[in-house]
Ligand binder design. Structure first.
Ligand code: FES
Ligand code: FES
Length: 165
């Protein structure tokens, strides 16, 4: 067993730090070190996407990322996407409205992936193929995906309409 090291980073805009062994994955560090249990662990080997978080704005599998790799960097988790007053992120609202979740286990990862896609599109409209390609790394065993795709298209295309005005 190796000695724990201090890991300081920014999480959801706030400085955080805790100790963890160098072998600890970011997902476990977030959940057990920092108490942020919204990031889910599914397959633990990079397939399901449930553990997706943003690291310096880019989506990563937190089950494949060591916590020490996030030292000094900025992590966004599902706990950081709603407004401070508790209002859900538009993607969360749309998923609820379109029945884009059932058990919700995949949902944090789906939300983080769609937030990244929205940023990459930068106001350009999205088509269904683009959304399905972006979500190809997020496995959902409940919904059949159509509700997730519908939610994504409604938010992304509303954002594109706003950008065009
Ligand atoms: S738990 Fe990380 S990809 Fe499945
Ligand atoms: S809502 Fe259950 S796995 Fe996606």
């Amino acid at each position: 067993m190796s000695a724990a090291v201090r890991i300081a980073l920014t999480v959801n805009g706030a400085p955080r730090e805790a100790e963890a062994e160098p072998r600890v994955h970011l997902c476990d560090f977030l959940r057990h070190g920092l108490g942020l249990t919204g990031t889910h662990m599914g397959c633990e080997h990079g397939v399901c996407g449930a553990c997706t978080v943003l690291l310096d704005g880019e989506s990563v599998r937190s089950c494949l990322t060591l916590a020490v790799q996030a030292r000094g960097r900025s992590v966004t988790t599902i706990e950081g996407v709603a407004r401070p007053d508790g209002t859900l992120h538009p993607i969360q609202e749309a998923l609820a409205a379109s029945h884009g979740l059932q058990c919700g286990y995949c949902t944090p990862g789906v939300v983080m992936t769609l937030i990244e896609l929205e940023r990459e599109l930068a106001g350009r409209p999205a088509d269904e193929a683009t959304v399905r390609r972006a979500l190809a790394g997020n496995l959902c065993r409940c919904t059949g995906y159509q509700g997730i795709v519908d939610a994504a298209l409604s938010v992304l295309n509303a954002a594109a309409q706003e950008a065009a005005q």
